[in-house]
Design a protein around this ligand. Sequence first.
Ligand code: GTQ
Length: 344
Amino acid sequence: MTIVNDDEAYSGLAKLGAAPLWRYLGDLFRPEPRSAAVPTVWHYESLRKYAMYFAEHLPIEDAQRRVLMLVNPGLQEPPATVNTLYAGIQILLPGEQAPAHRHTSNAFRFVIEGSGVYTTVDGERVHMHPGDLLMTAGWQWHDHFHPGDDPMMWLDGLDYPLINMLETGFHELHPDEFQKSVAPDNISTRQFIHGRLNPTWARQASPNTPVGNYPWAETERALAAIGDDVDGCEYDGVALEYTNPLTGGSVLPTIGCQIQRFKPGFVGRPRRHTPSVICHVVRGHGSTQVGDTLLEWHPNDVFVIPGWAFYQHRNAAWDEDAVLFTYSNEPVMKALNLYREESL
Ligand code: GTQ
């Protein structure tokens, strides 16, 4: 059978499950990345009302996790906050328990407000306070319990968009619904938070940090110890990376976390890099120019910088610090030799 013309050639080829590369080259191999994520800010003041509404009207038993997902307008299905990462606002009321499960997605929590909750991670109770960064690495059992008095809210960060893109998602419910405590409370923090004094009996390095909680008190101490005596990074201010004390690397294999202090009046230099960044405002007021979009932010807001978009941070105040907690897939990009950055 001979092929008589182009139409027949193209349609015959498609029927064989093949395609002409020359019709796809420009789309598949772009001069540079074009993130599907849109620069977006989510204002905490607006979201908080909805968190409180669902806390009142949706029993935790019906939700398992009562979380408002922050869905990027450019990434609705499946919902994600940036290409490879997710952010959500979780609320738990006094007396409530969120049952134990585990998944291959890596997760952390950054505490926004309230007190009293502890999360049990592989049998260890890790207590939460505002500003704390708690780790739940992939495949660790975790459940949350609130024995305290006020509603508690925190930011959840997960890499499930990346894990699902890689088709490596596993999930399991704990057979007992809630874990028993099998270790002293906060022991993984108490043993490993010092970083320069590591326990000799537990030196096995893993891509997951052994620290269960990076408490806000320690983070503040680290920033205060530096004070105004350095300029810091010209793009991200006095930016400190949370690290795994046994490797010096990122806290999770796929996610790197930072705390970034912008001094009063700080105006960063514009830059872009391949990882998208999710930013949570710990304190202060400011703005971030992302490409053509100006994002104005206030305490507890969340905003995103899509990968390879130029961004420039500003602290709007002349008498107050601004502090951001940020996370990205920088460790993935670096491990795969895909990290690039460029300044104007
Ligand atoms: O608290 O375990 O926002 O498993 C998304 C998935 C929170 C959690 C989220 C989760 C959790």
